[in-house]
Design a protein around this ligand. Structure first.
Ligand code: HEC
Length: 189
């Protein structure tokens, strides 16, 4: 995909969003709500973790080594290669940290979607109070990271990485670190 066509795709999407926001009326919203399907799991819990939690937590942890407030480096920006590399310089600095914190906070809800399984085939233990509490703790930790990112406060952002890591560990100690991804010991208290 060329850079231009990807940009046009983004523009088309933005225009569609604006158009739908302008044309919404209370009546239309009622219809939309009635048709709004319940959230549906697609992947295993491990896949949600690998796809969303892992990369976004790493973006938060990056703040320890790299100051998001520093001017963008020369050379690497706009590098050729994969689409990811090519567009890596569009969202930069503290915005990346903010978005990572938002991704983790929002996806807490995904951990609790009914009908999801762990890789070992066991249902995600969403009926366990400790699991729910750990998910909520994760959300709180991500909101603290978000606050630090919005304030562009690096010291605070570094502090909150400990809270994030503790939030991951609180759940993993009970539900994950009992065996490898196929082990039946996972996802049971
Ligand atoms: C509410 C519980 C909970 C929270 C919070 C949580 N995890 Fe997990 N995580 C799990 C469980 C349970 C598994 C195992 C899932 C499976 O095997 O399908 C897992 C698996 C993973 C895996 C895959 C491991 C493998 O075997 O490949 C990664 C990576 C991961 N988590 C990262 C994170 C990170 C990073 C955080 C914090 C930002 C986090 N998780 C927060 C419960 C949680």
């Amino acid at each position: 995909m060329s850079r231009l066509s990807a940009k046009s795709a983004v523009l088309v999407f933005a225009t569609a969003v604006i158009a739908s926001a302008c044309s919404s009326s209370p009546e239309r919203n009622v219809t939309a709500a009635a048709a709004n399907p319940a959230p549906k799991a697609v992947g295993t819990l491990a896949q949600v973790m690998r796809g969303i939690y892992f990369p976004n937590a790493n973006l938060l942890f990056d703040v320890q080594q790299k100051d998001p407030g520093a001017p963008p480096g020369s050379g690497a920006d706009g590098a050729r290669g994969s689409v990811t590399e090519q567009f890596a310089s569009i969202y930069t600095g503290w915005q990346v940290v903010e978005n990572a914190a938002i991704s983790i906070a929002e996806s807490t809800d995904l951990l609790l979607v009914p009908g999801r399984y762990c890789q070992n085939g066991k249902p995600v233990p969403i009926d366990r109070p400790e699991f729910i509490q750990a998910a909520q703790g994760m959300r709180q930790a991500a909101l603290l990271a978000l606050e630090a990112a919005r304030a562009k406060d690096r010291e605070k952002a570094i502090d909150t990485t400990n809270t994030i890591a503790d939030g991951c560990a609180a759940c993993h100690e009970v539900y994950r670190d009992k065996g490898d991804a196929d082990s039946p010991a996972r996802c049971t208290p």
